[in-house]
Write a protein of this length. Structure first.
Length: 301
């Protein structure tokens, strides 16, 4: 049955894929985005240009929509150099999205949290029960967002899920390791390996992520619930560099750089909880990375 969806950050990487998916299922989709990094593409959705770090008191004619809150600055490095700007987009922005959800009587909220809330976790694979201990401002602010989300669910009765994403990969991404590799390579520059290249992380392909978001929202029976969304395996930066060289050809050169502050060393989420809801990833980490390399090399020619 067609439903109303409000997607904040719907012009971004994950948002763009999600909007395409929802429109293909005949849902009525409204996008809110300030276009700070995104590009509004799917004209079968409605678009409102809005900066969520400012209060919005306008009206929206939506019927108990599901609000998918994706709008944020996802750049960990930027969060370390501009804490106040990052707070404004990632915490004030979330507060304003929650207020909007309350005012328009949203039926549920899907929130994009992150594996970065765990920092360098003491338990690998990391279950949802592991205490958040972020090592970046980005991770810290997502913890604050989750607490605000829970407050809104418990006090205003809006059902919600906080989804802690592993690294998401696939065509159209505009940040992250593969984007950096492709844009440097296409610009004739060597790809950068931060630190010793042994940082190991779990990757999920974009179509798997979108399936998991839908499953979590549909199957969760609690007022507020946290789910890890990721893969059963991981790969390190050197693995990714080899996959990239295999996809892009022998001209790829690499250089070693200093480690980046806030960069987690080892990330592998325990995904048993979301899998128990009937979801399972189709592409393991290395396959997800390889598919994304090919997607991106085709886009950035
Ligand atoms: N991509 C990943 O690997 C990953 C991993 C974990 C969590 N996440 C989270 O998923 C969400 C989407 O990430 P993405 O990779 O699509 O990022 P993205 O940068 O491609 O998309 C974010 C969108 O939000 C918009 N935006 C930013 N600040 C805004 C504001 N104040 N008001 C309105 N719009 C604003 C941007 O213009 C952009 O279109 C983010 O919340 C991010 O923290 C992403």
């Amino acid at each position: 049955m067609p439903m109303d969806y409000l997607v904040t950050g719907g012009a971004g990487y994950i948002g763009g894929h999600l909007v395409d998916y929802l429109v293909s299922k005949n849902h009525n989709v409204t996008v809110i985005d300030n276009l700070s990094s995104g590009h509004y593409k799917n004209k079968k959705s409605s678009f409102i240009k809005l900066d969520l770090s400012r209060k919005f008191s306008g009206k929206l004619d939506l019927d108990h929509p599901t609000v998918v809150h994706l709008a944020a600055n996802p750049d960990v490095k930027a969060s370390m150099s501009d804490i106040h700007g990052h707070y404004s987009s990632n915490v004030t922005g979330t507060l304003n999205a929650l207020e909007l959800a309350r005012r328009i009587d949203a039926s549920s909220i899907i929130f994009s949290s992150t594996s970065a809330v765990y920092g360098n976790a003491s338990q690998i694979p990391t279950p949802e029960s592991c205490e958040p201990n972020p090592i970046s401002n980005y991770g810290l602010f997502k913890v604050l967002d989750e607490i605000m989300l829970r407050y809104y669910s418990e006090n205003y009765g809006i059902k919600s899920v906080a989804l802690r994403f592993a690294n998401v990969t696939g065509g159209r991404c505009s940040h992250g390791i593969l984007y950096n590799f492709v844009t440097r390579f296409r610009g004739g520059k060597p790809i950068e390996i931060w630190g010793d290249g042994k940082q190991r992380k779990s990757y999920i392909y974009i179509s798997d992520l979108i399936d998991a978001m839908m499953v979590a929202n549909k199957k969760s029976r609690r007022k507020f619930e946290v789910f890890n969304i990721g893969n059963n395996d991981s790969c390190n930066v050197m693995d990714i560099s080899s996959i990239f060289k295999r996809c892009a050809g022998p001209k790829v050169k690499s250089i070693q750089m200093d480690p980046q502050p806030g960069d987690v060393r080892n990330m592998q989420l325990d995904i048993k909880k979301i899998c128990s809801m009937g979801w399972t990833p189709k592409y393991p980490s290395k396959k997800a990375v390889e598919k994304a390399c090919r997607d991106l090399l085709a886009i950035y020619k």
